[in-house]
Design a protein around this ligand. Structure first.
Ligand code: PA5
Length: 422
């Protein structure tokens, strides 16, 4: 299971006891809304959805010809699959992400793909996001141009079960389509078909991923002393006066996870509270050990304005011993015979100590290893943490009025009917 280490925050156990009342009330408030689809708590039920998993597996088996998988989507419709696929792709299918609107990379991608071996997956809960629709227009045209009537087999849509342009297209053309349940918002959708469908094509262990998430749910409901989401939510709540929340992951395989967390944290919690006051802390992504040669200088000697979360695996899934080499005994002899993972662990521990010694507020979440089970647990844990912080900070963690405003202004500038002058 996940393990929380707060050894450099000695007052934390006492603070935990002192805040028991508000933490349990926050959890209770969330759970009391669980059955209301408008409360957007459907992500709590996703790990139990075996029927959708069965459909996804069948679709994967029916399409063994896929060699390239192109995911069209942005924000919550791209960041989760990107993070998980980078970690767990078994290597049979290549993945490409069009989560931008820069023409050159799209053209470069189109020139490298073989349409006969490509599956395009457009993902949009609303079916109205300009970036995703623009990419869909390009790929629809490309598929039809190359494959004629056969194009339909090469496009699968992931969208709202009833509404929106993607759902309408799926029905009109008889396309394969998977639902993002009504009560699940973009950044909480990674364990819905948004993440599971691409991961099925990456041959990732979906059972283990969902099992980990179920364990996170059980752990979230445990008594305060065992409930990690209550504890990490409190860490953020206690340090809410520090404007920056660094999320630093010691795993190359999880290099895209910080971007997923940044969106989850910032888009959920950067809001006006009930009294209209701005609240939120700014999540900053970091990667170990690379950022030890970049951002860690600032983390160590810059302003004491941060709460840092380190995410560190405790053991490798496979280690690589470092062989000795003649002539390098002087500089590298201390590495001879050690595993590469020993170096990774030592670097994470050294950073942890160095940051604490500098006076930064820092804690570590240890993953047993970078496995689908542990990462499923971590994702669901972080969604719980975010939802609890929404309760504690008096904001709706599940809307995004600032993002919606940007979408509406883009529509207006491009002359979409009903959105004002272009
Ligand atoms: O978390 C969110 O709700 C957003 O980041 C959305 O995922 C993003 O704006 C894309 O929206 P949609 O899936 O409707 O295209």
């Amino acid at each position: 299971m996940l393990r929380l280490d707060t050894r450099f925050l000695p007052d934390f156990p006492q603070a935990l006891k002192a805040h028991e009342g508000i933490l349990l009330a926050a959890r209770e408030a969330l759970l009391s809304r669980r059955k209301d689809p408008g409360a957007m708590l459907g992500w709590l039920d996703l790990p139990e959805d075996t029927e959708t998993l069965r459909r996804i597996r069948r679709f994967r088996e029916e399409n063994p010809w896929v060699e390239d998988y192109v995911l069209l989507g942005i924000g919550g419709s791209a960041l989760g699959p990107k993070a998980l696929e980078a970690a767990f792709n078994g290597g049979r299918v290549r993945f490409h992400y069009v989560d931008h609107v820069e023409p050159e990379p799209v053209l470069r991608l189109l020139r490298t793909l073989d349409p006969r071996k490509t599956l395009v997956n457009a993902i949009s809960k609303s079916g109205a996001t300009a970036e995703t629709l623009a990419a869909l227009l390009v790929f629809l045209n490309w598929l039809k141009g190359h494959l004629g009537e056969g194009w339909r087999r090469h496009l699968v849509l992931t969208t709202d079960p009833k509404r929106g342009a993607l759902r309408a297209l799926a029905e009109r053309e008889g396309l394969a389509a998977f639902p993002i349940p009504e009560g699940v918002g973009g950044r909480f959708s990674v364990l819905s078909p948004v993440g599971l469908l691409p991961l099925a094509f990456a041959d990732a262990d979906l059972d283990a991923l969902l099992m980990g998430a179920r364990q996170a749910n059980a752990n979230a409901l445990a008594p305060l002393g065992e409930s990690l989401p209550l504890q990490t939510a409190l860490l953020h709540h206690l340090h809410r006066h520090l404007p920056i929340a660094v999320f630093m992951v010691y795993s190359e395989r999880l290099k895209h996870l910080p971007a997923w967390f940044v969106q989850l944290h910032d888009e959920s919690l950067g809001k006006r509270d009930r009294e209209g006051r701005p609240v939120g802390t700014t999540a900053v992504p970091a990667l170990g050990p690379q950022d030890q040669h970049a951002q860690v200088q600032l983390f160590r000697e810059g302003p004491l304005d941060k709460l840092l979360t380190l995410v560190v695996p405790e053991r490798p899934t496979e280690d690589l011993p470092l062989p000795p080499a003649e002539g390098l005994e002087g500089e590298a002899g201390y590495l001879f015979g050690k595993g590469l993972f020993t170096l990774l662990s030592a670097e994470a521990e050294a950073t942890y100590r160095a940051l604490a010694e500098a006076g930064q507020k820092v804690y570590t979440l240890y993953l047993p290893e970078v496995s689908p089970y542990a990462v499923g647990w971590l994702l669901q844990h972080l969604m719980w943490q975010t939802a609890l912080l929404g309760e504690l900070w008096g904001v709706n963690a599940f809307d995004q009025p600032g993002v919606e405003l940007g979408k509406r202004l883009t529509f207006a500038l491009l002359g979409r009917p009903g959105y004002g002058e272009g």
